[in-house]
Write a protein that binds this ligand. Structure first.
Ligand SMILES: Nc1ncnc2c1ncn2[C@@H]1O[C@H](COP(=O)(O)OP(=O)(O)O)[C@@H](O)[C@H]1O
Ligand SMILES: [Mg+2]
Length: 306
């Protein structure tokens, strides 16, 4: 037993039969989501994110492996934990000819949720002013926000958002990110968010698992994933003569890459880099730690870099 909110062990799922059988969509995946914060499931299209998340809700049956949510085996005991789970998977399922408020009222009635919660969630996703309009008059972004409101209506302990900003324009994406961050900060909820967008995961998640072809390639706190370059942390150097700087540091066995305004160096620390360059007679304008972007970490992890 662990205190993980979600515990996935050796999970495998292959779609299709016989000649139509494809490679596994999820392939021996093990993963723990501990309580609190925002957990990112990052991977390119087709890497198995949606399939994994659907299995948490019993929407896809695993071939092998096990899942526990809030300590209960799923799908066997889903009925016990489902009231504490909220989801935005496969796009919003809303009734277009009803108002936004009516959609939420129906859900609240089915799930015995106090009606005053409806105003709270409408406020939270900034839809209160349009709650009386039919959903078919809503923009895609507004529908997505209403779907988020529906997902959090029952104050879930686990909120699963599958590519929540898909199809949104940049303003809509940033608004969605703000809502999600706000939710995670104020409530007793753990968010699991999937995305193929590195920038999104980088901006909202505190820990991340990277999937590729149904397999886990890397997981951990965002900071660690960002700094775990194969060759250690990088040092960024701003200097006037990057070519000479590169030559000096390469001679000491460092790995050097050219970047705008200077170079980035692996295989040494800031003090050593600085002293070698100064010894070499170079004018150095700045030396700082250089965090890899998740994009770089992602490419390294999925083996798609050079
Ligand atoms: N219902 C399905 N039937 C057949 N193949 C599927 C089905 N759902 C997903 N797949 C396949 O499984 C793989 C993983 O898909 P998916 O989980 O949707 O990935 P992601 O969400 O990361 O884009 C893909 O190759 C996809 O084509
Ligand atoms: Mg998907």
């Amino acid at each position: 037993m662990t205190d993980a909110l979600v515990e996935i062990r050796d999970l495998t799922k292959t779609f299709g039969r016989g000649a139509r059988r494809a490679g596994p969509a999820v392939d021996g995946l093990s993963l723990d989501v501990s309580p609190g914060g925002i957990f990112g499931l990052l991977g390119p299209n087709g890497s198995g994110k949606t399939t994994t998340l659907r299995m948490l809700f019993g929407l896809v049956r695993p071939d092998a492996g096990s899942i526990r949510v809030l300590g209960r085996p799923v799908p066997q005991h889903l009925w016990e934990v489902a009231p504490q789970m909220g989801a935005l998977i496969d796009g919003p399922r809303l009734l277009p000819n009803m108002t936004g408020r009516r959609n939420l009222e129906l859900l609240a009635a089915i799930r015995s949720i106090a009606p005053n919660r409806i105003d709270e969630v409408l406020e939270l996703v900034a839809l209160a002013h349009r709650a009386g309009d039919q959903v078919r008059t809503y923009s895609h972004g507004m529908r997505q926000r209403l779907a988020l409101a529906a997902a959090i209506l029952g104050r879930p302990r686990l909120l699963v958002l599958d590519e929540p900003s898909n199809g949104l324009d940049p303003a809509g994406m940033s608004q969605m990110r703000a809502f999600i961050t706000q939710l995670a900060q104020q409530g007793d909820v753990t968010v699991v968010l999937s995305s193929h967008l590195l920038s999104e995961v980088e901006q909202v998640c505190d820990r991340v698992a990277i999937l590729n072809q149904g397999r886990l390639v890397s997981s951990g706190p965002l900071k660690e994933i960002l700094s775990s370059a194969a060759s250690g942390p990088w040092v960024r150097v701003r200097c006037e003569d990057p070519v000479r700087a590169a030559a000096i540091l390469t001679a000491f066995g460092c790995t050097v890459e050219g970047v705008a305004g200077g170079i980035r160096v692996a295989g040494s620390d800031q003090r050593e880099v600085l002293s070698r360059l100064l010894d070499g007679g170079l004018t150095v304008q700045g030396v700082s730690e250089d965090q890899r972007t998740l994009e770089e970490a992602f490419l390294t992890a999925t083996g798609e870099s050079t």
